[in-house]
Design a protein around this ligand. Structure first.
Ligand SMILES: CC(=O)SCCNC(=O)CCNC(=O)[C@H](O)C(C)(C)COP(=O)(O)OP(=O)(O)OC[C@H]1O[C@@H](n2cnc3c(N)ncnc32)[C@H](O)[C@@H]1OP(=O)(O)O
Ligand SMILES: CC(C)C(=O)C(=O)O
Length: 584
């Protein structure tokens, strides 16, 4: 029985039933995967980093609203080198004078470290290939990377060629690459990479056939590898399908031992990282991508996420991500595009917890780590990482714990207590945490937004130290006689100074007795204290839970005091509770 209707949904017998969308989904057809029933990749594990190639300066650059200037390209190149990338595609030199000049500058100014191999991309066109080879004159090591489209739709729509002509374009292009390499690159340690463009939409058998034909021209062998780069030029299927295609290709390509199988996933479906990882499980040796996933449309696979995913599994990515913020700033400068605040491992908010239960768990987790490290006599950054909600130690990528927990209206006592302890050295007892988190919550509910550590301190000061009425302690003298204490104090009550004296079995109980005599009956229910700093003039903090007043009017609340004398701090804490009771 239909009971109610909401947008696009009818509720039947209490269960919402989704309705057909008005969108023309029938215009699209499901991807036809290659059939690999005996696939082995699902039970494989990734145990080491692949060879990486950064294509930030080519695929990443060609997709920018404002392509990088030479100065920005140089900055990006230096960043990639400093991070440890050893294979860097530096451009498409036949595309523009800027690209050509950039490659020349790298070569002429000897900016390429000996252990770094640059590569350059070209179409399978003789004029472009010769210009590409010319751009590399004098370089020590380089790859030329040539591509042509092999997918049926591209052959039909873009090129108007059949399969044989497509193979001929690839083999002829390879011959041209070898010819111009010989002409221009005699002294260069020269390598070759071929991409059957839109590999994923190419029947995998045909992709293998084209690549085998290209290899017949290049003749790979010992010390003469060929790189077959297998792009998901447009990502069109689930990542397992890509892995099947890679496993199938690897099983069928000839001379596998001299072939480097490279992945080049794009992110149209948002699963490029997964596709790369499954492709690595399927046996690929190498991955091409861009930092933070720049590149055509939705971008290339994100090298930062891929590398850090390995890191989080205890595998050395062979790339240095330890100053993530500097990497992010440089890429943002070079590309002119911001990195999303929730970008894995690098975004502004990814090591931040706002919600109360997350903060509580993180606080406990970090404290447990600190305790464990202290018991082993080492720093918390040296022991095995284990913390709720944080897949890696933010410290490892240059983030500090201070930014981990941030407080807004979604937060609870855990986050507030973490900031009070970490930023302000105040280790609040649990029930005071609960009390103060309500105070903070009132603030966030009223003002909205976030409460910074500084604002939190202001709220705390105002709440616990801000009031001197009705009661203020001006001075006191305490004496002890055989376990018996007396206090002679001067207090100000509603602006009027008056003496207050009392006795007890400790200075605080004597002070409480004096307050009772002065008209402020209180009972101390709980008490804790700790040092705030070390040294001769060290400050101490005292926290007291106090029942203020008596009879039906009695209220239980906390007071806080700080002073270099712990006795004075505790007396101030009692007064803080009395003044709060009066105010509230
Ligand atoms: C998936 C990728 O990211 S591939 C890399 C893509 N990157 C770029 O294209 C950026 C740089 N490219 C350019 O600046 C230009 O395309 C240039 C300078 C290389 C060539 O420019 P133009 O000569 O004007 O050609 P245009 O870009 O229009 O290319 C289309 C022509 O090249 C042919 N072509 C396209 N790709 C290839 C290829 N890989 N191999 C051979 N021919 C190709 C097309 O069939 C078309 O031929 P037609 O003119 O006979 O119809
Ligand atoms: C040239 C190739 C490798 C490419 O960029 C792609 O297909 O996405």
């Amino acid at each position: 029985m239909t009971t109610s209707t909401t947008f696009g949904t009818r509720v039947q017998s209490g269960v919402p039933v989704q309705q057909p969308s008005p969108m023309p989904f029938h215009r699209y057809k499901a991807f036809e995967p290659v059939d690999v029933p005996d696939r082995t990749w699902p039970s494989k594990k990734i145990t080491q980093a692949p060879r990486w190639l950064s294509t930030d300066l080519r695929d990443g650059n060609q997709a920018l609203i404002d392509p990088m200037t030479v100065a920005r390209k140089l900055k990006m190149f230096d960043l990639l080198v400093s991070m440890g990338y050893k294979e860097i595609e530096v451009g498409f030199p036949s595309a523009s004078q800027t690209d050509f000049d950039f490659v020349r500058r790298l070569v002429v100014e000897d900016r390429i470290p000996d252990d770094v191999q640059i590569s350059v991309l070209t179409q399978a066109r003789e004029d472009l290939i010769s210009r590409t080879a010319e751009s590399l004159v004098g370089v020590k090591r380089a790859n030329i990377h040539m591509y042509n489209a092999t997918a049926e739709m591209f052959r039909r729509v873009v090129f108007g060629i059949d399969e044989a002509q497509c193979i001929a374009m690839a083999t002829r292009g390879t011959e041209m690459v070898m010819k111009y390499a010989e002409q221009f690159l005699g002294e260069t340690e020269f390598g070759y990479q071929y991409s059957p463009e839109i590999f994923t939409q190419t029947p995998t058998d045909f992709a293998v056939e084209v690549c085998n034909a290209v290899a017949d021209v290049w003749q790979p062998g010992p010390d003469r590898e060929i790189i077959f780069n297998l792009p998901a030029t447009v990502e069109m299927s689930t990542p397992n399908t890509y892995a099947d295609q890679i496993e199938y290709f690897i099983r069928n390509i000839r001379n596998r031992e001299f072939v480097a199988v490279s992945l080049h996933p794009h992110n149209d479906r948002g699963t490029a990282v997964a596709a790369s990882e499954l492709g690595m499980m399927a046996g690929a040796d190498r991955v091409e991508g861009c930092l933070f996933g720049h590149g055509e449309r939705t971008g290339n696979v994100d090298l930062v996420t891929l590398g850090m995913n390995l890191y989080s599994q205890g595998i050395d990515p062979k790339i240095d991500f330890s100053d993530m913020d500097e990497i992010r700033r440089t890429v943002e400068y070079c590309t002119g595009l911001p990195v999303h605040p929730r970008h894995p491992y690098a975004g502004d908010l990814v090591y931040t917890a706002f919600s109360g239960s997350h903060q509580d768990a993180i606080k406990k987790g970090l404290e447990a780590l600190e305790k464990k490290a202290a018991s082993e006599g080492v720093s918390p950054h040296e022991i095995a990482w284990e913390a709720p909600y944080l897949p890696i130690d933010p410290f490892d990528v240059g983030r500090t714990y201070e930014a981990v927990i941030r407080v807004n209206s979604q937060s609870g006592k855990g986050g507030m207590a973490y900031i009070m302890k970490n930023d302000h050295k105040m280790d609040l007892p649990r029930r005071l945490q609960i009390e103060f988190s309500r105070v903070v919550q009132q603030h966030t509910d009223a003002a909205g937004g976030e409460v910074s550590p500084e604002q939190m301190w202001q709220i705390f000061e105002k709440e616990y130290f801000g009031d001197h009425t009705p009661l203020e302690l001006l001075q006191y003298k305490s004496e002890a006689d055989n376990g018996h204490y007396s206090v002679d104090a001067v207090v100000r009550v509603n602006g009027v100074e008056r003496p207050a004296g009392g006795e007890g079995n400790g200075p605080l109980s004597a002070f409480v007795d004096a307050l009772g005599a002065a008209g402020f009956p209180v009972r101390v229910l709980d008490y804790s204290e700790h040092a705030l700093s070390s040294g001769g003039d060290a400050l101490a903090a005292a926290y007291v839970e106090v029942e203020v007043g008596d009879g039906d009017d009695a209220r239980v609340l906390w007071g806080v005091g700080r002073h270099s004398s712990i006795v004075t701090a505790s007396m101030k804490a009692v007064i803080s509770a009395i003044n709060r009771a009066d105010r509230n």
